[in-house]
Ligand binder design. Structure first.
Ligand code: PMP
Length: 375
């Protein structure tokens, strides 16, 4: 049975062109780019070409503002670690920001409204008490809410705080132009943008402070020690280049598919709601089915070869409710019936047809078989 993959917010297929670009750096040129010989210099040149592509994708001022990391988790932790004082993060951040910030013992959680948008009054009041850093993600990975980071960044600047945004879920979905915006740091991850896992990047605006998280050699201008992951970096660069060239058309297709899924599911399945904003990110659709066990729907869909997720993939398997769904105040009878569908540039119209029909059948089957458990 072929899998229909609707879990692209958790991870994406490596683009075949990215794979082709990466392979020579495993088998033909495996040199350490820090060395002085010819192959090392060729590897170094490939790394710098990738850095330029990532900088261009983000709209950074200069490629030297890009630091390659193992992913968004490392990039996020590096920024948070740089600030010894008070940190403010939104209540619906990815755990690599929220949990890391709370672990520091110096974090405040900025509340959000029912669609996941940061409560600006509460934000201003918290900032008035002083903070060194604010971190608010551009696109939420569970419900697709898009934050007004220009506004939030401006407010942070006025209060004298630096501003970081985890832009992982926005890559390939919207144009960023970060250099022109009131933002100091941004994090991204390769495996959410059709590059391999284990590679990511941190953008640090020139002049913004950064404490290295990993100490050792003087790689990445002494900002991140460790031998560079040349194949990963080359793959990230190729993925960035493809988004620069094709991202707009890809995002448009995803937005149309998003609209079709939402419209048809809401029309065809009773007692169903869309979480987040109606015009949120083009690839994430969070649906809740009233008094219906979401995990049973996921298992039912999986038996039909369809991959979706109940709540966030990062939190699944843990016996607690998603902090994002509780953060937006979703009542438990809806919250437990939440299914996330996430699209990619590879999603086809036929797959969307199959998904809609399967979702209707699975929800109906779960509702007919199982009494919603009382608590
Ligand atoms: N931030 C967001 C918004 C994410 O969706 C993810 C991946 N779930 C991460 C950070 C972590 O990225 P990585 O897997 O590269 O550490």
């Amino acid at each position: 049975m072929q899998n229909l993959y609707f879990d692209n917010a958790a991870s994406t297929r490596v683009d075949p062109r990215v794979l082709d670009s990466v392979l020579p750096f495993f088998s033909d040129n495996y040199a350490n780019p820090s060395a002085l010989h010819g192959p090392a210099q060729a590897a170094h040149a490939a790394v710098e070409e990738a850095r330029e592509a990532v900088a261009e994708l983000l709209g950074a001022g200069d490629p030297s503002e890009i630091i390659f990391t193992t992913g968004a988790t490392e990039a996020n932790n590096t920024v948070l670690n740089t600030f010894p004082g008070q940190i403010l993060v939104s209540d619906i951040e990815h755990p690599s920001v929220r949990t890391a910030a709370l672990a520091s013992g110096r974090a405040g959680l900025i509340p959000v409204d029912g669609s996941g948008v940061v409560d600006e009054d509460a934000y201003r009041a918290m900032l008035a008490n002083g903070a060194g850093l604010v971190s608010v993600m551009l696109v939420n990975n569970e419900i697709g809410t898009v934050q007004d980071i220009d506004r939030l960044g401006t407010v942070a600047k006025e209060a004298g705080a630096r501003f970081h945004s985890d832009v992982t879920q926005s890559i390939g979905k919207m144009r960023l132009c970060l250099g022109d915006r009131p933002i100091d740091y941004a994090s991204l991850s390769g495996h959410k943008m059709h590059a391999p896992k284990g590679i990511g990047a941190l953008w640090v605006r020139s002049g913004a402070p950064l404490e290295p998280f990993l100490l050792g050699g003087s790689h990445e201008r002494v900002r991140r020690a460790g031998t560079l992951n040349v194949p990963g970096i080359v793959g990230l660069g190729m993925a960035a280049r493809l988004i620069i060239d094709e991202g707009e058309q890809d995002a448009e297709r995803m937005r149309a598919q998003h609209a079709r899924i939402v419209q048809e599911v809401i029309e065809r399945i009773p007692d169903c709601r869309l979480n987040g904003q109606p015009d949120g990110a083009p690839h994430i659709i969070s649906l809740s089915f009233f008094r219906t066990e979401g995990e049973s729907v996921i298992i039912n869909l999986d038996a039909k070869g369809i991959c979706c997720t109940a709540g966030a993939a990062c939190a699944s398997g843990e016996n607690r409710f998603s902090h994002v769904l509780t953060g937006i105040g979703l009542p438990e009878e809806w919250l437990r019936g939440t299914v996330r569908v996430s699209l990619s540039k590879f999603t086809t119209p036929e797959e969307v047809d199959t998904l809609i029909a399967a979702l209707e059948a699975s929800v109906s089957s779960v509702r007919s078989l199982a009494e919603f458990p009382a608590r």
